[in-house]
Each structure stands twice: as C-alpha cells, then as structure tokens.
Design a binder for this molecule. Structure first.
Ligand SMILES: Nc1ncnc2c1ncn2[C@@H]1O[C@H](COP(=O)(O)OP(=O)(O)OP(=O)(O)O)[C@@H](O)[C@H]1O
Ligand SMILES: Cc1ncc(CO)c(N)n1
Length: 275
C-alpha cells in the first residue's frame, strides 16, 4: 500500500540506500557533494564512489584528475559488499576504461534502478571528460544497463551523434533505441523551462516556470540524484521525473545566492517532498 502517494516504500521499513558514482566538486554545489545533499533531502541513505576530483567553485573548474580504476573497483566492492544499494546514479564518466569497469560491476545488480547523468560539461562550461572513446563506451556499455538517462540537449546530441537534432522527442527515442529503458532530456524547451520524458512507450512534457535567480550550479546533479532516490523509494517514473524537476526548480529559485561570485549553487531546502 502506498497510502495514495504513489510511493510504495514503507516509511517504517528499512531506509532506501542510494549510491552515487561521480566526482568531487570542491565548491560543494555539484558532483558527489551535491548528490549526497540531494539524497539526504530525499530521505535515502547516500554512499559514494569517487571516480575523479575537480578543483571547482561557482566560477568554473580549474583542475581535474581522475581516480585509477583499481581504487574505483575497491570503493564499489566496499559499498556493494556491505551496504548494498536500491538505486545507482552515475555522473562524470572520465574514460572508456572507467566506463567498462562500471559496466562489468553494475551488470550484476538485479532490478536496481540505474540513472545515468552523462556529464560532459559543467553549468559554467568547463569540460568534464567525455572524449569520443568514452562516448562510445557509454553508448555500447552503459546505456543498455541504464533505466533512465538524463542528458541535457547538448549531451543528448553527443550521445546519439545526432548533432543537428533540435527535437527532444527524437533525441529521447534515439537514446532508448541505444538501450536505455527511458530518457529524460533536461532543459529541453528553449525559452521555457522543463524536461522531456520518453518512458519507452509514451512521451511526457514536464514544464514549469523558468527561474532567473542565477543559482543553477548543481541543478543537473541534484535533479538526477533526486530522481534516483525517488525511484529507489518506489515512486513511479513519471511522478519521480515531475517531482525531481519541481524540487530543483524551487532549489534554483531559492538558491544559495550568498555563496560564491559566479553561478551560485542550488539550495535544496525549499518546498515539500511527498513524505
Ligand atoms: N532556469 C531554470 N528554471 C527552472 N528549472 C530549470 C532551470 N534550469 C534548469 N532547470 C531544471 O533543472 C534540472 C536540471 O537541468 P539542467 O539541464 O540544468 O541539467 P544539466 O545541464 O545536466 O546541469 P549541470 O550543468 O548542473 O550538470 C531540470 O529539471 C531542468 O528543467
Ligand atoms: C564534479 C562535477 N560533477 C558534475 C558537474 C555537473 O554540473 C560538475 N559541475 N562537477
């Protein structure tokens, strides 16, 4: 019973656990740090596997390094052997070698939602991985394991190699054709705000007001982490996608305008979540 909320997780039962696989943002707004804040806000336990480190603030990224695949493998084993997970979010995927390691490990997860937010550039425009070999590995290895891919329009064009495509519906269908169960294209409406969801059968437009607070650093990370947490808690996909957008939209509107001198971070404290 979900008490009419559409959420089947038992509030008195064991807490849902989510794992984020991504990179550190020293500024605390995006990446692993943003994901863990979003997990906490959504009421799930958060674990993390760090695959890279960025020197970053609200103005941009000044240096990056990736973590060796051996250490990534140790982290995955440590989390999965003991804590386990009810949802996985994948963010920055630096190299083909790292991606194939993730495929090798995640293929054994049984019926656990996997959300892929294929980060290639930050909100401030800095490059965060994603060379051609890595894009091929995402297409051939990760997308077939993915429940929901959440690229923005630019990332969707790169993933599908439909560089001129402007229609989010076509891009979403192409991503599902590549193997993902569903595609949720973020910020899909020029001039408006909202996302385009193709659930594998039907298209859904998720729209809302466009916020102009200047606080959107970490919006994409918060969005995909919330989506992962909602799915881990048993929320149906369309409702999870709508709730994630609405929550992030408020987090932009009521963002951390006092933090940093560039694109300020989102602040996930506003609004109420459905539990
Ligand atoms: N100005 C805005 N007003 C309202 N909602 C927004 C705005 N910008 C983005 N969003 C919403 O925020 C969520 C994240 O989308 P976005 O496209 O910013 O992710 P992204 O490009 O992956 O971000 P990032 O660069 O942080 O990874 C989506 O639900 C999107 O609709
Ligand atoms: C580490 C990291 N991951 C993801 C993003 C996406 O915004 C970012 N800016 N930094």
């Amino acid at each position: 019973m979900d008490g009419g909320t559409g959420v089947s997780g038992n509030p008195a039962g064991p807490r849902a656990r989510c794992l984020t696989i991504g990179s550190s943002d020293s500024g605390g707004g995006a990446g692993i740090q943003g994901d863990l804040k979003a997990f906490a806000r959504a009421g799930v336990y958060g674990a993390s596997v760090i695959v890279g480190v960025t020197a970053q603030n609200t103005l941009g990224v000044t240096a990056t390094t990736s973590i060796g695949t051996g250490m990534v493998g140790h982290q995955l084993k440590a989390v999965l052997d003991d804590i386990g997970t009810d949802g996985v979010k994948i963010g920055t995927t630096w190299s083909a070698e790292l991606i194939w390691l993730l495929v090798d490990r995640l293929v054994w997860l049984d019926e656990v939602p996997v959300v892929l937010d294929p980060v290639m550039v930050s909100a401030a425009g800095s490059a965060l991985g994603g060379d051609e070999e890595a894009v091929t590995a995402v297409r051939e290895g990760l997308l077939p394991l993915t429940w929901v891919a959440t690229p923005n329009m630019t990332e969707a064009r790169r993933l599908t190699r439909l560089e001129e495509e402007k229609d989010p519906a076509k891009l979403a269908e192409a991503i599902v054709e590549l193997g993902a169960r569903a595609a949720l294209i973020t910020d899909a409406f020029p001039g408006g705000a909202g996302d385009w969801l193709f659930d594998g059968e039907r298209h859904h437009e998720i729209t809302g007001p466009r916020r102009a607070s200047g606080c959107d650093h970490g919006a994409g990370c918060a969005h995909s982490a919330l989506l992962t947490a909602f799915l881990a808690r048993g929320m149906p996909l369309t409702r999870a996608a709508r709730t994630a957008h609405a929550t992030v939209s408020l987090a932009i509107e009521h963002g951390a305008a006092d933090i940093g001198n560039g694109r300020h971070p989102v602040e996930l404290t506003a609004g109420s979540l459905p539990w």
